[in-house]
Design a protein around this ligand. Structure first.
Ligand code: PLP
Length: 399
């Protein structure tokens, strides 16, 4: 078992059995959560890029309470018209670039990826599906099949056989794009690779990828599950890079803290899931009215309070205030998602324990256990950034 897997296993054991190192959560507010003893923790993970509007956001809490009191689950299909779904789908379609105007709501990120892959197979009539190395798209069979090789192999090998006809090419390597051919149904790509340790695209890579997919008739699917809803400094990372995919997968912050995913495409492409068979993707709870009400309130909060407009500046502030610390080798960043590189996993594991002592929750990345994550709620104030940096630097000094 590799060191990274061993650590994850130990953490899982810690999470599932009582141990003095467990952190019990009593309540959460803004960028903090608190233990029953009242110890505050800076949340620098945001539930893995979920809590973008901050914990216990009033607008979201009220929307959830209101919707729960009106109605919860009726049925998410067909003849039922449920206002939270319709209004949220409308706002998403208005905000996403054309022609992304048909929204299919689901339960999670992995389910959004599953839906998008099925859509690509149905629309193109092809079977080959290409992903990027060091990609993470979820943990179901289909999504796991698209985990980048060979890095994802440790997870994948335990569950084979997975989907056939999949392969991974290198992110940011234009020369690999020729492997996308007339056989390819789709290419699934995070515009900024998150779990690889925050790897933004190099100039022109996403454009070249778009061109190649168009040339051979393969669908380009962006996985914006981690970067969407403002984390990159634009509402959607595709807007930052000026490249529009055929399908986009959303989840995490989409539900404002409630479980919600979606894949969004054009009406023309999405229509292929409506026939032969009639229900191309089936989900009981996908687009649950309470989750849609929460997601809608969260997205409106981001827009009304111009939260996203300030994300790039806040991310740059973290970078600026941390980069001269002697323990920091490099900082990779997109908006308010930072990977602070220490260059050695032993140091990082030690730092995580020190963080917990000092009241900081951070983490490393699935494919990178030498860098720690800074991804606070996007509503973090300048004062909180300054104060959390002071704490981080204090912890780094102790290494
Ligand atoms: N895609 C990306 C880029 C992710 O970061 C994740 C989760 O970390 C997923 C997909 C899977 O989402 P979920 O855990 O909701 O299935």
């Amino acid at each position: 078992m590799s060191e990274i897997l061993r650590k994850q296993f130990l953490r899982h054991v810690a999470q599932t059995s009582p141990s003095p190192q467990l952190i019990e959560v009593e309540r959460a507010e803004g960028v903090f959560f608190y233990t029953p003893e009242g110890k505050p923790y800076y949340d620098l993970i945001s539930g893995v890029s979920v809590s973008n509007v901050g914990h216990a956001n009033r607008a979201v809490v009220e929307a959830v309470q209101r919707q729960a009191a009106e109605y919860m689950h009726i049925m998410v299909y067909g003849e039922m018209v449920e206002r939270p779904q319709v209004e949220f789908a409308r706002l998403l379609a208005q905000t996403l670039p054309d022609p992304l105007d048909s929204v299919y709501f689901l339960n999670s990120g992995a389910e959004a990826v599953e839906g998008a892959l099925k859509l690509a197979k149905r629309y193109t009539g092809r079977t080959e599906m290409i992903s990027m190395r060091r990609a993470y798209h979820g943990s179901t069979h289909g999504a796991m099949s698209m985990m980048g090789q060979p890095e994802g192999e440790e997870w994948k090998s335990a569950f084979r056989p997975l989907l056939p006809d999949t392969k991974a090419i290198r992110f940011n390597h234009k020369e690999d794009l020729k492997q996308i051919t007339e056989r390819t149904a789709c290419v699934l790509c995070e515009p900024v690779q998150g779990e690889a340790g925050v790897r933004p695209p190099e100039d022109g890579f996403l454009q070249a990828l778009r061109e190649r997919c168009t040339e051979v008739g393969a669908l380009l699917i962006f996985d914006e599950i981690q970067m969407g809803m403002g984390r990159s400094g634009e509402m959607f990372a595709m807007q930052r890079y000026g490249v529009t995919p055929d399908v986009v997968c959303l989840a995490k912050a989409l539900g404002g803290g409630m479980p919600l995913g979606a894949f969004v495409s054009s009406q023309e492409i999405m229509a292929t899931l409506t026939h032969d068979p009639v229900l191309g993707h089936i989900t009981t709870f996908g687009g649950h009215p309470v989750c849609c009400a929460a997601g809608l309130a969260a997205m409106r909060y981001l827009i009304d309070n111009k939260v996203v407009e300030d994300v790039e500046r806040k991310g740059a502030m973290y970078e600026e205030l941390l980069r001269d610390h002697p323990a920091v080798r490099e900082i990779r960043r997109s908006g308010l998602l930072l990977a602070v590189e220490l260059g050695a996993s032993e140091k990082l594991y030690r730092l995580m324990d020190i963080f917990i002592e000092e009241g900081i929750l951070s983490d490393w990345f699935l494919y990178c256990d030498t860098a720690f994550r800074i991804s606070p709620p996007l509503v973090i104030s300048d004062e909180e950034i300054g104060d959390s940096v002071r704490l981080i630097r204090k912890c780094l000094d102790r290494l």
